[in-house]
Ligand binder design. Structure first.
Ligand code: C5P
Length: 223
């Protein structure tokens, strides 16, 4: 099996960008597991299923087909398809973002998606990024990173992203509140709460740029 690098951490710590760069650097495949939870959330909304209808959501998750294809452009995320619809943009809306934690807290949803992630990872050769990669999805990963940054720093980065994407201005205070709320939801839920694996290396990224963080991780991998 080829190596697996697991990158976990809270929302907005820079996991996607860093994971993508590390994958490109080491010629490994990048797996964005958050995109899968977002895609299911999008489908739930699209079908008008109630967010607490766990049975219907379980069935939907077991039947849907999620495809992730790498984007040529390193700056943008992966392309995401669910049941043949390209939802790359649609899964990043405020609406999906505000509901995804509730969907990801349902154990049937996690079971189905984790199984698919593990199937994709059978041969290794992945940089997988999420909340439970080092603890549940790939507990045997060769390198486990727990990426963090202060709430203030993460809000500032998110604001920068919004500006770059030409999205309407959101205040730092509001972004800090949103991030703190998602941290709370992701780390207090009953199933697979966000946790640092015992054998993960914590990388605190305040004041570091993407290439510095990428270099640190590549360095851990090569040691
Ligand atoms: O990483 P991203 O912000 O796209 O993830 C969206 C949401 O999906 C997270 O807030 C979390 O609730 C959920 N998630 C998860 N387990 C993962 C990846 C994401 O529960 N491995």
């Amino acid at each position: 099996r080829q190596p697996i690098i697991a990158i976990d951490g809270p929302a907005g710590a820079g996991k996607s960008t860093v994971a993508r760069q590390v994958a490109a650097n080491l010629n490994l495949v990048y797996l964005d597991t958050g995109a899968m939870y977002r895609a299911v959330t999008w489908l739930v909304l699209q079908k008008g299923i109630a967010i607490d209808d766990e049975c219907a959501i379980a069935e939907l998750t077991n039947q849907c087909k999620i495809e992730l294809t790498p984007n040529q452009d390193l700056q943008s995320s992966v392309r995401v398809w669910i049941d043949g619809t390209d939802v790359t943009q649609a899964i990043r809306t405020v609406q999906v973002t505000s509901i995804v934690s509730a969907i990801a807290a349902q154990s049937a949803v996690r079971q189905a998606l984790v199984k698919q992630q593990q199937n994709w990872g059978k041969k290794g050769g992945l940089v997988a990024e999420g909340r439970d990669i080092g603890t549940h999805v790939f507990p045997d990963a060769e390198v486990k990173i727990f990426l963090t940054a202060s709430v203030g720093e993460r809000a500032r980065r998110r604001q920068e992203d919004f500006n770059k994407q030409g999205q309407p201005e959101v205040s730092l205070k509001q972004l800090e509140r949103d991030i703190a709320e998602r941290d709370w939801k992701d780390s207090t839920r009953k199933v697979s709460p966000l946790q640092k694996a015992a054998d993960a290396i914590e990388v605190q990224t305040d004041g570091l740029n993407i290439s510095e963080v990428t270099a640190q991780i590549v360095n851990y991998y090569q040691q």
